[in-house]
Design a protein around this ligand. Structure first.
Ligand SMILES: C[S@@+](CC[C@H](N)C(=O)[O-])C[C@H]1O[C@@H](n2cnc3c(N)ncnc32)[C@H](O)[C@@H]1O
Length: 249
């Protein structure tokens, strides 16, 4: 029998390592801290967009979230079978109020649920890859992502948090169109820097953005690193924005 939250966290991290989702328990703990920062998960509801194997959705649930939905449609950018792993983890840990749905954000119907937190870890650029490539200069591409951000907004509570993590293409290797040894699978064309996302987020009605650089290569130093150091490695960024309250009248 699982007795307390620490037992559950230990069981989950062991399962994640067994399933080769993380090399070690410490790496998972470190990454989860980078992803959620100082956000208090207790009694919160969370929607994760393109959740893959659902590690962060499960992390939120076992750290106090009351309701979690992970959307994993297994489309662009996906690893086949990730939704199955997520569902198996939920079952193995005997968790309730957490679901993996095979839906895109565009097709998702929240049935009236409003979320405190929406998370997109390494999925934002895949929602519409063709639009993402042209996002800096093409109005149609910007309209597509504005539509997606408005959809995200419609699922959120006022003052809710939207957290986005991805690699920026403003990177030492990216500008020379070279593969980075630190993140060899990144195709720089399909990524954008934080300022491009933040401009659209503001247009959609989100407030001031907090940006940090949670490189996995700085793990011995601190959770986040300096943006210049990040520029020479993986340019992995974290944006946190708050949904502004709409004033009546
Ligand atoms: C690179 S994977 C990241 C998976 C996971 N978040 C992680 O960190 O391992 C990107 C994910 O975004 C999902 N995705 C692509 N388009 C989507 C959309 N329109 N709505 C929701 N998810 C989407 C894909 O199915 C894929 O699993």
């Amino acid at each position: 029998m699982i007795e307390n939250n620490n037992d559950l966290i230990n069981k989950f991290t062991a399962l994640a390592v067994d399933n080769m989702l993380y090399k070690s328990k410490n790496k998972l703990l470190f990454r989860a801290k980078q992803v959620f920062g100082d956000i208090d998960l207790k009694d919160k509801s969370m929607l994760e967009l393109g959740c893959g194997d659902g590690v962060y959705s499960i992390w939120a649930k076992i750290n106090g979230a009351k309701r979690v939905i992970g959307l994993e449609p297994e489309v662009d950018g996906s690893t086949s079978g990730s939704a199955k792993i997520f569902t198996e983890l939920i079952n193995n840990l005997n968790l309730d109020n957490i679901d993996c749905l095979p839906q895109t954000i565009e097709n998702f119907n929240p049935n009236g649920i409003k979320f405190d937190i929406v998370l997109s870890n390494m999925s934002i650029n895949h929602f519409d890859e063709n639009a993402c490539i042209k996002l800096n200069s093409n109005l149609d591409a910007q309209r597509k992502y504005l539509g997606i951000f408005n959809k995200v907004k419609s699922t959120m509570k006022p003052r809710g948090k939207f957290i986005i993590l991805d690699n920026s293409n403003k990177n030492f290797f990216g500008i020379f169109k070279k593969r980075s040894p630190f993140c060899p699978n990144i195709n720089w064309r399909k990524h954008q820097p934080p300022k491009v996302w933040i401009k659209l987020l503001k247009q959609a009605g989100f407030g001031e953005a907090k940006i940090s650089w949670p490189s996995r290569y700085c793990c011995l130093l601190s959770l986040y690193c300096h943006n210049i150091i990040s520029y020479f490695i993986d340019s992995f960024f974290r944006i946190e924005v708050t949904l502004l309250e709409v004033e009546n009248g």
